[in-house]
Unconditional design. Structure first.
Length: 240
């Protein structure tokens, strides 16, 4: 399993590499929960890219299992009315379909996208990538298909064992959006989604979640060698 995750992480590391820190403007800040929302312009696009950042006192497993619980998505993802699996492609790698509501008279949007969640076995950083696949399903006349959506989540351990959460996405909404809505959606989406995430993490099903494929803490070091590795070597020696 660890080898599989390493291979996936190598492929999806491009998401973090491309997420440079230039051009961001602070749009909103919530001091009570330490949440900051940034936006920046994207060349050739009328809709800005957004990024939300906060530190949370939660386990990596809790965060990962919340993201993987697609049935719960409408409970906490802002304006999400429907979120379902279209196809499972592999370990924590699936194609999803979602419907996002919009205020009248703007048409609701739908999207088809691939998302994969992986953990770096060295840093323990979790990356969940999102990339649109607009042609994967037939168009629905009741909705406007989102043609482009790219970004995702990263969860990385801080020195105090809290977790830095980053939610970053750029999308082309399809059709046209009033300027007031375009300016609001890139702030409201990460702000409300990340606020709701904190509430969801308090639920027992996530707070006490277990997953063999997620490691919450780095192995303790003794003279530069991890305790985990030493234990494995000793076990092998005893077996001989």
């Amino acid at each position: 399993m660890r080898y599989l995750l390493t291979a996936f992480f190598t492929f999806f590391f491009a998401f973090s590499a491309q997420a440079d820190s230039s051009g961001w403007e602070l749009e909103k800040e919530d001091d009570d929960i330490g949440l900051k929302i940034y936006t920046r312009s994207v060349e050739g696009s009328n809709l800005k890219e957004f990024k939300g950042e906060m530190n949370v006192n939660a386990r990596l497993t809790s965060l990962a299992m919340l993201l993987l619980d697609n049935k719960a998505a409408p409970e906490w993802m802002h304006n999400c009315e429907k979120f379902e699996v279209v196809e499972n492609l592999g370990v924590n790698n699936s194609i999803f379909y979602l419907i996002n509501s919009a205020p009248w008279p703007v048409s609701d949007r739908d999207a088809v996208f691939q998302s994969a969640l992986v953990q770096d076995p060295e840093t323990l950083t979790i990356t969940a990538t999102v990339e649109s696949m607009p042609d994967r399903l037939p168009l629905d006349d009741d909705y406007i298909r989102i043609p482009t959506m790219k970004g995702g989540w990263t969860f990385s351990l801080n020195e105090d064992n809290s977790v830095k959460v980053v939610y970053q996405v750029h999308a082309e909404p399809g059709g046209s959006l009033p300027s007031w809505l375009a300016n609001a959606v890139v702030v409201d989406t990460p702000y409300h989604t990340m606020n709701n995430m904190l509430k969801m993490l308090k639920k027992d099903k996530y707070a006490h979640a277990a997953a063999e494929f997620i490691q919450d803490e780095k192995p303790a070091q003794v003279d530069g060698v991890s305790v985990e590795s030493t234990t494995s070597d000793e076990t092998a020696a005893e077996a001989q």
